[in-house]
Design a protein around this ligand. Structure first.
Ligand code: SF4
Length: 330
């Protein structure tokens, strides 16, 4: 069966006064049915831009400059406005980091779920209401009838995020793009939301692209991980081999920032020194984007053009990494 979503060599630029900002550069990734793939990177790495690009809801000053995005066999870039409207929310949905900002504060929760249903299905008012209660119930919101009559401001952040997921999944989409869905929530609510995403995958076969900066969240629910840095996918692999044996120095550094039991109590959480390169610079793409922060840089990294993803074999493990000097042993 073909992947439900295929991102092939996609580049996206923002047009700014300072010139084009190359936010996503030649990204490729696939998403299979019933799979959770995490797209991981720091703030500004291009992961949200890629998520918006999939649904073609980029800001006005942004353009996809190359590559294709296919939903099943259809090229999203070739779809007209009507086809895109049919697909958005119905077959591909997205949830965002800030659930309260994503909900309309002056419309009841129930009406907001009903609106999504009636905009894609020909159903009576009564049926739309029943289906909206079902959607809220599926997210295990306590007393869904009461929640449906509430305004978002009357509910907690965790409840609002469940409502956002209920809205995004009310029509049973094939693909859910979840952009930092737990970032603004406390740890307990975070675990509950991750559990709901897992249930969607297991019970409905939803394919989920989880956009996050948090490697701890990834370890809990994703099957595969793509590490993105300065708009470029640096490493792609199944979760377990990637955590056991990260190959790219950036992946290694990201994992090194996680809290660990074997570190001295009171020791500070590590941070990756330095910052992202200037994506508006004309030099971007001439050399490895991680060069200035990389402790493993070779002369080749300064003289050769940016490395592309290639297969690296270490021991019995094969991984795909864009690096001239990958980590072979941890
Ligand atoms: S290509 Fe060179 S600079 Fe870039 S991550 Fe690999 S070792 Fe570091």
């Amino acid at each position: 069966m073909p992947p439900v979503l295929t991102i092939d060599d996609v580049s996206i630029e923002y047009n700014t006064r300072e010139g084009p900002v190359r936010a996503v550069r030649g990204a490729s990734l696939t998403l299979e049915r019933g799979e959770i793939v995490a797209l991981v990177g720091e703030s500004g790495s291009g992961k949200t831009t890629l998520g918006l690009g999939i649904l073609r809801i980029l800001p006005r000053n942004a353009d996809q400059t190359s590559g294709t995005i296919r939903y099943e066999h259809r090229d999203v870039g070739e779809m007209d406005r009507h086809e895109l409207q049919r697909i958005r929310g119905d077959q591909i949905s997205m949830i965002f980091q800030d659930p309260i900002a994503g909900l309309n504060p002056i419309i009841t929760v129930g009406q907001q779920v009903e609106e999504v249903i009636t905009s894609h299905r020909t159903v009576s008012k009564v049926e739309a209401r029943e289906r909206s209660i079902e959607a809220l119930n599926a997210m295990r919101l306590p007393d869904p009838l009461r929640v449906a009559k509430s305004f978002p401001g009357e509910l907690s952040g965790g409840m609002c995020q469940r409502i956002m997921i209920a809205i995004a999944t009310a029509l049973d989409p094939q693909v859910l793009i979840a952009d930092e869905p737990t970032a603004s929530l406390d740890v307990t609510v975070q675990a509950q939301i991750l559990y709901e995403l897992e249930r969607l995958r297991d019970e409905r076969g939803t394919a989920i692209l989880l956009i996050t900066h948090d490697m701890g969240v990834v370890a809990q629910i994703a099957e595969r991980v793509a590490i993105i840095y300065a708009g470029k996918v640096m490493e792609v692999d199944d979760v377990i081999p990637l955590y056991r044996q990260p190959r790219h120095p950036y992946t290694w550094a990201l994992l090194d920032t996680l809290p660990r039991l074997d570190r001295r109590r009171g020791s500070r959480l590590r941070q990756i020194p330095g910052g992202l390169p200037d994506l508006a610079s004309e030099e971007i793409g001439e050399h490895c984007a991680y060069l200035d922060r990389c402790p493993k840089a070779l002369t080749q990294c300064r003289t050769d053009s940016e490395p592309e993803l290639r297969e690296v074999v270490g021991g019995r493990i094969r991984q795909r990494v864009a690096c001239y000097n990958p980590v072979l042993e941890v």
